[in-house]
Design a binder for this molecule. Sequence first.
Ligand SMILES: Cc1cc2nc3c(=O)[nH]c(=O)nc-3n(C[C@H](O)[C@H](O)[C@H](O)COP(=O)(O)OP(=O)(O)OC[C@H]3O[C@@H](n4cnc5c(N)ncnc54)[C@H](O)[C@@H]3O)c2cc1C
Length: 436
Amino acid sequence: MKKPSQFDAIVVGAGPSGNAAAYVMARAGLKVLQIERGEYPGSKNVQGAILYAKALEEIIPDFRDDAPLERHIIEQRMWMLDDTSFVGTHIRSDDYNKPPYNRYTIIRAQFDKWFSAKVREAGALLICETTVNHLIMDGDQVVGVQCDREQGDVYADVVILADGVNSTLARKAGFHGEIQAHNVALAVKEILFMPEETIRQRFNIGEEEGVVIEMVGRITDGMMGTGFLYTNKESLTIGVGCMLSDFKRNPNRTSPYVLLEQMKRHPCIAPLIAGGEMKEYCAHLIPEGGFHAIPQVYGNGWMIVGDSGGFVNAAHREGSNLAMTTGRLAAETVIDAKAAGRGYRANALSPYKAALDDSFVMKDLHKYRDMPGILHRNPQFFTTYPDLVANAARTMITVDGVDKTTKKQEVIASFRKGRSLTGLMGDAYKLWRAFR
Ligand SMILES: Cc1cc2nc3c(=O)[nH]c(=O)nc-3n(C[C@H](O)[C@H](O)[C@H](O)COP(=O)(O)OP(=O)(O)OC[C@H]3O[C@@H](n4cnc5c(N)ncnc54)[C@H](O)[C@@H]3O)c2cc1C
């Protein structure tokens, strides 16, 4: 028997997607309850973390006034590593040094606390240290949630699932299937503290400026994955993540923390982090299935936002950007449905999917729809090519009395030996398909 709704909406989770949804609805005057299992928002959340300004700007235009931001990014490095070298591109521009800045490093524990304070200021009620165990159904309609507290049943017109990558609630309710090891990456990261001055010297940056290094190659021990190194104010964040299914079948049985330790010892990385004092270590899953792994994201009385719906664009790893945008779009759908008195059946909530399809979220996921599968089926992009490219660069740059034509022939021969002519042509086509 349906009990009367106590809230217009319940939001499960206080990460970026849940905070975005709760904030937008509360600001519009809706009665919103947000439930978070962590001790405080941010206590359970893991991110590199790069914050992309645009998504947050659309929700809180003046966020720069008081959000806890570390450094704005003026330089992005992309490195391909073999065991001893990297070959890379560095994109640095003074255009990125002019406000309003495009992206920032953040510390999630501080950022989520700040965002949550904004949500509460907007009028939402937040309950922490409370886990939602089940969705309450009335027939085929979600009408509330059951929490791990005495008298823990709460009723609302609509429930927004913002409970992160391992969304047990959606699985228990049958909204999507079991998490698949080939659709998620397992990432580990550390925060290493060191004097601000050391960071500025090592990365050639000013007081507020930051550098991002994204890495592929031998650091992932033959598995599909990436590494990263970000500059915060007085710390560096370093991490690496690989597909969970690859960890399972890795012949060296390399564990995630061993992978990170090996990466920290790489001769190109070790000098950058030398002397850093590790104060935080975390591990977390990242949805990497992309477009083909996105489940049904709305139904009768429910919507899914953020990592819970697999909304991470593996090509750019902008999870929080997508999380906040999906949270905002879901919230706007609820606001419109309430204003129109349409009820909260699936047909009333379907504009959410239409808005997603019309946004960069689904457009980008669709653009890179084949990328995760292609890269995963072709480990040579993480092994053979970094070796070949680094070797080619070393061969051409080393001055050793061998003429350049001979060196060029050596390089071509090494590529043909490493991948064969048809292999090279096939790989070029695959890369084109992955990133077209
Ligand atoms: C190592 C790493 C690096 C990353 N780097 C970046 C980056 O640099 N930039 C970027 O944009 N993205 C990055 N991401 C991705 C980004 O962190 C996520 O996409 C983002 O956090 C998703 O936000 P969310 O709100 O959907 O989920 P989450 O942040 O996971 O929040 C979910 C919340 O729900 C709560 N919860 C779960 N179940 C329940 C329940 N049953 N009851 C109550 N509460 C519950 C959890 O405690 C949690 O607080 C990274 C991820 C990882 C792991």
